[in-house]
Each structure stands twice: as structure tokens, then as C-alpha cells.
Design a protein around this ligand. Structure first.
Ligand SMILES: [Zn+2]
Length: 259
């Protein structure tokens, strides 16, 4: 099914052009036949039972995505980074069947970590507004230069594995930490088997469950690496960034609130 193009500002090069439908994540990364409904946020806030929400939104077919990039940028991403992403996600898909939920040993051989990171950042640019890309042009600059290993410290990227819960496409949002009295901005994409978070100036302990992969930026873009890290498998039942509570934990919190 052909998707319509729309006219607007490309989220990557910022030129005004026809924008193609961009699959997020790439179509080949299990995002081809996805059928999904758009859940109105208000419905979710008012429901008595957040796990059995009757969704009123449109049923979409043919994969999740957004009109975000011009043809040039779309082709550029496809040529340069999508294979690196696919290679990573395929290993994640086999890893999710094994091991613990916390501290999962994740070994991925022959990876291009720098390219993977660039693909992930392009996905965040896609789901956010062009204004976000303008304000954070360093992100576009990093993605647009296949050879660069430079990205400002204020941008931190995290990952986790995911099988339980719902997909997340959350644009840049302020997340407060009431305990510490601190807050930070982050945007999150969850599409099994992977979840990714991009934070702006995160506080030191933004979320201990996430695995920071920002250092992937410093790897040589055209060199293959064997990546050995620990990753957690986290659940995403509610559409709130950085909320990885299990259903039981959420139910307990609801019951406590009703007492
Ligand atoms: Zn463009």
C-alpha cells in the first residue's frame, strides 16, 4: 500500500520538501505488517482498567511510521545505517528468549555501533517535530555525516530489550524525579525486541534500568566490533517514558491510590 507524501520541513536536512512515509523502526526490522491503533491519551488517563482499554483510534496497516524525511534523506539512511540497525535487532530478537530480565548478557558480533547509533537518532528525529531537529541540530549533523564520531555530551542514548507491554513513540517529554527533586527531558521508542531512550542533560541517576550506549558514537564508523554488554529486559505497559513497572507493580500502585 503506497503511503501519501506530505509537504513540510524534513526532520533531518530541514529543507522544505515532499516528505515520504518513514517506517519507525525500519520496515525490515519487523515493522512491515504491524497493525496498530492510535490510543487517545485522554482515554488512557480516564480508564478504570489501563490494561483493557477499548481503543477508539483508527486502525492503521502496513507498519508504524511518520512522514518525516525527504527522499534524499530517506535514501541516505537506507543506504548508510539501516543494515547496521537490522543486524543489531536480529540479535536482540534471539536474545529475548534467553536469560534473566535483569543483567542479561548481550553478545553481538560483527556490529557497526556508530551506524546503529546514527539510525537510532534518526528515528528520534522522525518521531519528534522539525522544531526539535532545529533546536538540536547537533543530532542531525551527527546523523548526516557518516564519518563523524562527535556528538555533544548532553545527548545520552540508552537501550533495553522488550517483549512485554506496548509500543512506545513518545516525543521529547519532561520527566520528573520527585524523590530527587530533579527533572530531565527524554524521548522514547519501544518496538519489540528493542527499546531506546534519548535524554537531554540527564541527571546522574536518570534510570538505572537502562543501558547507556552513548559511547557507541566513538567507535570507528566503518569497523566491525564485537559488542559484549549487559542489557535489561523491561516491560512497557503504560505510555509513560521511563516507566518499566510490571503489571503487578502497576496494579499494586493503583490499589494503594484507591485506599
Ligand atoms: Zn531531508
Amino acid at each position: 500500500m503506497a503511503r501519501k507524501t506530505i509537504f513540510g520541513k524534513c526532520h533531518l536536512c530541514l529543507e522544505e520538501k515532499d516528505l515520504n512515509f518513514e517506517h519507525v523502526p525500519p520496515k525490515c526490522a519487523f515493522n512491515k505488517e504491524t497493525k496498530y491503533k492510535i490510543t487517545p491519551f485522554l482515554d488512557l488517563m480516564q480508564t478504570q482498567d489501563p490494561f483493557n482499554l477499548k481503543v477508539k483510534g483508527r486502525l492503521e496497516q502496513g507498519g508504524i511510521g511518520v512522514n518525516a524525511f525527504c527522499t534524499n534523506c530517506n535514501n541516505f539512511l537506507g543506504r548508510k545505517y539501516v543494515n547496521a540497525y537490522l543486524s543489531w535487532v536480529k540479535i536482540a530478537a534471539t536474545a529475548i528468549g534467553q536469560g534473566n530480565y535483569i543483567g542479561h548478557d548481550y553478545s553481538a558480533f560483527n556490529q557497526y555501533p556508530n551506524k546503529l547509533l546514527k539510525q537510532v537518532i534518526s528515528m528520534f528525529l522522525a518521531i519528534n517535530t522539525p522544531e526539535f531537529s532545529e533546536t538540536n541540530y547537533d543530532l542531525s549533523r551527527f546523523v548526516l555525516d557518516p564519518d563523524t564520531t562527535e556528538l555533544k555530551e548532553k545527548y545520552q542514548i540508552y537501550t533495553y530489550l522488550n517483549t512485554k507491554g506496548k509500543t512506545r513513540y513518545i516525543p521529547m517529554t519532561m520527566v520528573g524525579n520527585l524523590k530527587e527533586g530533579s527533572s530531565s527531558f527524554c524521548t522514547e521508542i519501544t518496538f519489540p525486541p528493542c527499546g531506546f531512550v534519548l535524554c537531554l542533560n540527564p541527571t546522574t541517576k536518570s534510570n538505572e534500568l537502562l543501558r547507556n550506549i552513548t559511547h557507541f558514537k566513538s567507535t570507528e564508523p566503518n569497523k566491525k566490533y564485537n559488542v559484549d554488554i549487559k542489557i535489561n529486559k523491561l516491560e512497557t505497559h503504560l505510555p509513560f517514558p521511563l516507566d518499566y513497572r510490571t503489571k503487578e507493580e502497576i496494579k499494586a500502585a493503583i490499589n494503594k491510590g484507591n485506599e
